[in-house]
Ligand binder design. Structure first.
Ligand code: FBP
Length: 340
């Protein structure tokens, strides 16, 4: 690392500059998306600093409340949710907000309304919060046509209709990965500047990977194709070497590694959770959108994940996402099961 050159690196591609460049390619654009994204970035910076000082600021542990999923909320869950709701409403660019932490969707009051619907998980990987392992924020964005009155159906639509998606990982460094439908870019927070700087331009996931990522603790409840696939990862019969298992238990961290290194992340359905665990709107869709934009795939066990049409805002779905060839293998196993 050439720190001297780095110190003199003056041509900084910040995320704001990047999005403004993208905006300039759309003369019809009024800058609404740029303003919305800058408020999401603000929320990520706030949560990043809160996570970093959680132990010091007594932000570790339970908030004493339970969310719609029946999960005990962590102090940081509640704090992150509040920060994002306030940032998104104050942007003046949103009309419907769906948060993992809120039972109902939030309809922004007309005077502060804009055309975007934002679905988000303010702090994903809550089982890892108190032990300082990487966690993150996940978001997806739909756009209404100008003048349309917002209604719940506007967020109960296929993920392929999203206009943007992203996540921010709070790990050894704070990394924001985002797509507006024209590729995937990663930005790292430079704490000395307080700016997200472009560090991972045009991310492309390797076509095939050497890593599989799944909670094998659920193996006894898996269906045939999932069990067969994981068996193949461990004991390949085609002469290839076995895949390595990596599982952090924070979707953001497991998907971030999968995006950069390749391989497959799966949270399948099982006898205990017939619809899997992960939520369609603010976990499955944003990560599937990013995966496809990076050249990978996302499959539910039955269909392309982004073709799903959720019926309720907290619906769950099984998910298999990652390198194109790896997901093709699991699709073939489910297709063979269908034929039986
Ligand atoms: P939260 O959003 O409530 O944290 O739940 C989601 C999650 O933590 C994902 O980040 C992760 O992939 C998964 O659940 C881990 O589940 P499990 O502990 O069952 O493996």
């Amino acid at each position: 690392m050439d720190h001297a050159a780095d110190a003199h690196r003056t041509d900084l591609m910040t995320i704001t500059r990047y999005v403004l460049n993208e905006q300039s390619k759309h003369p019809e654009s009024r800058g609404d998306f740029t303003i919305l994204l800058s408020h999401i970035v603000l929320g990520c910076k706030f949560v990043c600093s809160a996570v970093n000082k959680a132990g010091l600021a007594k932000l570790i542990g339970l908030a004493g409340e339970t969310n719609v999923q029946g999960e005990e909320q962590k102090k940081l869950d509640v704090l992150s949710n509040e920060v994002f709701i306030k940032a998104l409403v104050s942007s003046g660019r949103t009309c419907i907000l769906v948060s993992e932490e809120d039972e109902e969707a939030t309809f922004v009051e007309p005077s502060k309304r804009g055309k975007y619907c934002v679905v988000f998980d303010p702090l994903d990987g809550s089982s890892n919060i108190d032990c300082g392992v990487s966690i993150g924020t996940i978001f997806g964005i739909y756009a209404l046509n100008d003048g349309d009155e917002p209604k719940l159906e506007d967020v109960l639509q296929p993920g392929k209709n999203m206009v943007a998606a992203g996540y921010c990982m709070y790990g050894s460094s704070c990394t924001l990965v985002v797509s507006t439908g024209a590729g995937v870019n990663g930005f790292t927070l430079d704490p000395s500047l307080g700016e997200f700087i472009l560090t991972h331009p045009d991310i492309k996931i390797p076509k095939k990977g050497k890593i599989y990522s799944v909670n094998e603790g659920n193996a006894k409840n898996w269906d045939g194709p999932t069990a067969k696939y994981v068996e193949k990862c461990k004991f390949p019969t085609d002469g290839s070497s076995a895949k390595s298992l990596r599982y952090i238990g924070s979707m953001v961290a497991d998907v971030h590694r999968t995006l950069l290194y390749g391989g497959i992340f799966l949270y399948p359905a099982d006898k205990k959770s017939p619809n899997g665990k992960l939520r369609v709107l603010y976990e499955v869709f944003p990560m599937s959108f990013l995966m496809e934009q990076a050249g990978g795939q996302a499959f539910t066990g039955k269909q392309r994940a982004l073709d799903l049409v959720p019926k309720k805002i907290h619906d769950r779905s099984p998910i298999f996402l990652g390198s194109y060839d790896d997901v093709e293998e699991i699709k073939a196993l489910y297709a063979a099961e269908e034929q039986k």
